[in-house]
Design a binder for this molecule. Structure first.
Ligand code: 5RP
Length: 271
């Protein structure tokens, strides 16, 4: 691996722990003003100190994140479809490498839709990004998207998707947690991070999912809604960090969550 690629990978995955807490808020690229992300700057600014990397589009980066925030950026560079359009899988590459370099990104991210009408198009887009990423020293995050078909999230399908991403040369794969997740991680030679998916019922569910994913071979999370749709997003991301980087168990993370939440309410009462 060349110096630039290694350097950028170390801005995504902590060299100290070999793990990462990525904060995803790219949802607007096909969902528009997603609940609690209507004003991205307001939602995201308090969370920035606790994210190793942020994942977003160039539009939200330029308008809603200060260039001196110190954030490491993985730029979403695929898009072209919307939740009300005919087919979510019909994505192209939206952002050039020249632009990504200008924005000083640590990496770029793209969705693939395996088994969809646009399977080949999205996989070839990923392959093309990897070709260019290798040329410029920029890692590519391959995202195994399921579109509206959340029920697709099982070990058989996700193993297929993750392995294909790795075979095409993607540097990090983002997928969903599922039953028998170990099958997904052991058959994928690239490091895997998990998305959170739609908001889960309790914080403990989020902490358990994170913990179990790490136990079964993930190197971290690239999570959005289960953090910023929570009423106490800072407490959630800090508890997740404690699992990812300090090996906390779900119960310890939950205790931390409760203590940060209590601190926040005391501060608010005294303000
Ligand atoms: C959208 C994405 C999101 O970044 C990803 O799903 C992570 O967010 P969440 O934890 O809310 O699922 O890639 O296509």
């Amino acid at each position: 691996m060349d110096w630039g690629m290694k350097n950028r990978m170390s801005r995504i995955i902590s060299p100290k722990t070999g793990r990462t807490v990525m904060l995803a808020f790219d949802h607007g690229y096909f969902l528009g003003p997603t609940h609690r992300l209507e004003e991205p700057r307001k939602t995201i600014e308090p969370l920035l100190p606790y994210a190793d990397t942020i994942m977003l589009t160039r539009g939200v980066l330029r308008t809603s994140v200060d260039p001196d925030s110190g954030a490491n950026v993985v730029l979403r560079v695929s898009g072209g479809s919307s939740i009300v359009g005919a087919d979510l899988s019909d994505e192209g590459i939206t952002t050039s490498f020249k632009e990504a370099i200008k924005l000083n990104v640590a990496g770029v991210g793209i969705s693939v839709f395996v088994g969809s009408a646009h399977e080949s198009q999205t996989l070839l887009n990923l392959a093309e990004l990897v070709n260019q990423g290798e040329e410029y020293g920029i890692p590519v995050l391959g995202i195994t998207a399921v579109g509206k078909e959340l029920e697709k999230r099982d070990a058989r399908y996700l193993s297929l998707c993750c392995r294909i991403c790795a075979e095409l040369g993607t540097h990090i794969v983002k997928t969903y947690y599922c039953d028998e997740f170990e099958k997904v991680t052991t058959s994928c030679p690239a490091p895997i991070v998990i998305a959170g998916g739609p908001k889960l019922e309790t914080e403990m569910d989020v902490f358990e999912m994170t913990y179990n994913a790490l136990q079964q071979g993930a190197i971290g999370v690239d999570m959005g809604r289960n953090i910023w749709q929570n009423d106490h997003p800072v407490a959630v991301i800090r508890a997740i960090r404690s699992i990812v980087h300090e090996n906390n168990k779900p119960k310890q993370a939950h205790d931390l969550f409760l203590s940060i939440k209590e601190e926040e309410s005391k501060k608010a009462a005294n303000a």
